[in-house]
Design a protein around this ligand. Structure first.
Ligand SMILES: NC(=O)c1ccc[n+]([C@@H]2O[C@H](COP(=O)([O-])OP(=O)(O)OC[C@H]3O[C@@H](n4cnc5c(N)ncnc54)[C@H](OP(=O)(O)O)[C@@H]3O)[C@@H](O)[C@H]2O)c1
Length: 471
């Protein structure tokens, strides 16, 4: 047996599927798992001429051609530190370790520093697309040393999903950039899913539509500018009969959504960087609210109101479609504004147009719409906000009235639409001449002498504010 081209640590769902994907592309993959039983099981269940199991770490490392390339597909957090600390002393300068799990980007930056002390290149690699993506072609977001990336590139480009013939993989930037981009991708995914869920609530409770009608509407939307993986699967979801009873499966699913934390990380990070990602935050909070089943049941009874079916008018469905599109623009504008800020804060040369381009296949947020984002950044690589681009500005102008109408209708009827409402608020915050910040500055100066600036002259001013209403 010759030397292996690449090593995979982690034989759970993602690691085994990614190893099979690499093996299918002719790479010899050394497979290792913390507990050897899983390696044995995968080797038995998926025999492949290019995949070989190793049961000792030294034996695994020795099997690899140099410089060694080792990929981790293991649980994020302390397992990554544990494996890295075991490996670093037995690797050699120039070797590469690539963490493909959902690690927090600050951990990746720290591990990058640690590995550098051994001369080892550490890569944080965002991987999207779940089990199927790993097996058939994921979207890959690698961050780390630019020169060392050239060794890894042929493997990643071979196994990545392809969009219009191009691999959905591009070098993202230094140290934690790949994991950062993946984190925000997940945040955008939260907002996108929430917008679609809210649109379905509107169709059902304001429009009085049946599941079949909703499925057909999503199917039709998926033929046009909203074409995306998420809209496509939502059309399928509303057409699915319950296999354990009468009716529709989606109506039998408990109204309480899970989350693993990457959306929340995005939101916290945006707060730290001072970037408004209100729609991602709204989507995280919507899931949090969905979990409060007991409180919702109690208050739902006491505050029972709204959620009536109304005659929403002829243009209702088109209004919902347009508001979904406008909301989607606002969500991506927020996510990409966060990328822009991160490039400055962390000194990464992020290529925003390429990032949008690699999201076109292999990942959950793949959509037609992403081509438009790439085109916008091709026109203006340092665009401050997507909505300043002529195409997206035109679309906001076209659809804002619908977004406003639909959101107002939802609020009147008591239908919760936090993502759509935040989209209107986000757009209005740019659009409105006054945001009330002058009143806030006056208050800050009144109680804390924080000073304010004037419109008519330069400098900072403090005013002796008078108590006009004493006693
Ligand atoms: N599932 C998805 O759709 C998806 C998509 C993209 C990214 N990811 C990310 O990809 C990574 C792998 O995901 P997964 O679902 O395949 O597996 P997982 O359930 O997140 O993790 C299981 C793997 O981690 C290993 N592990 C746990 N503790 C360890 C330790 N202390 N030292 C070494 N290895 C340890 C396990 O080994 P043992 O068998 O010995 O316990 C097993 O190989 C995760 O970071 C996940 O967030 C997942």
């Amino acid at each position: 047996m010759g030397k292996m081209n690449i090593g995979m640590v982690g034989m759970a769902v993602m690691g085994s599927n990614l190893a099979l994907n690499m093996a299918d592309h002719g790479f010899d993959v050394a497979c290792y798992n913390y507990t050897p039983d899983l390696t044995e099981k995968v080797m038995k269940e998926h025999p492949h001429e290019h995949m070989h199991g190793f049961y000792g770490l030294q034996e695994f490392v020795d099997s690899l051609e140099k410089p060694r390339m080792i990929m981790f597909m293991i649980m994020a957090g302390s397992p990554v530190d544990y494996m890295l600390e075991k490996l670093l002393p037995i690797l050699e300068p120039g070797d590469m370790v690539m963490d493909g799990g959902n690690s927090f980007f600050e951990d990746t930056r720290r591990r990058h520093e640690l590995a550098a002390k051994y001369g080892v290149h550490f890569f944080g690699v965002g991987i999207s697309g779940g089990e199927k993506g790993a097996r058939l072609g994921p979207c890959i977001m690698p961050g780390g040393n630019r020169e060392a990336y050239e060794y890894v590139r042929p493997v990643f480009e071979a196994i990545a999903a392809k969009a219009a013939g191009e691999p959905c993989c591009t070098y993202i930037g230094g140290d934690g950039a790949g994991h950062y981009v993946k984190m925000v991708h997940n945040g955008i995914e939260y907002a996108d899913m929430q917008l679609i869920a809210e649109s379905s609530l509107l169709m059902k409770y304001a429009g009085g539509m049946s599941n079949q009608q909703m499925s057909e509407a999503f199917y039709e939307w998926n033929q046009g500018e909203l074409k995306s993986f998420l809209i496509g699967i939502t059309a399928d979801i509303f057409a699915e009969r319950d296999d354990m009873g009468d009716g529709w499966l989606v109506d039998m699913i408990v109204d309480s959504a899970g989350q693993k934390g990457t959306g929340r990380w995005t939101s916290i990070q945006a707060m730290k960087q001072g970037v408004n990602t209100s729609m991602i935050t709204a989507a995280c909070n919507a899931r949090v609210m969905s979990n409060l089943l007991e409180e919702r049941a109690a208050l739902g009874e006491s505050l029972a109101a709204g959620l009536n079916t109304v005659d929403a008018g002829e243009d209702f469905l088109e209004d919902v479609r347009r508001s979904l599109y406008a909301g989607k623009i606002a969500a991506y504008a927020q996510g990409f504004a966060l990328y822009r800020s991160a490039a400055e804060v962390y000194g990464w040369q992020l290529d925003f147009g390429r990032i949008a381009a690699i999201f076109r296949a292999g990942c959950i947020i793949q959509a037609e719409f992403l081509n438009k984002i790439t085109e916008a950044y091709n026109r203006q690589p340092q665009l401050a906000n997507l909505m300043l681009d002529e195409f997206f500005l035109g679309k906001i102008k076209e659809n804002l009235a619908s977004l406003r109408r639909v959101t107002a209708m939802a609020i009147t009827l008591g239908i919760p639409v936090p993502a759509l409402a935040n989209a209107v608020q986000y757009i209005d915050s740019f659009r409105a001449g006054q945001l009330g910040a002058n009143v806030i500055q006056a208050q800050r100066d009144y109680f804390g002498a924080h000073t304010f600036q004037r419109k008519d002259r330069a400098g900072s001013f403090h005013h002796q504010w008078q108590e006009h209403y004493k006693g």
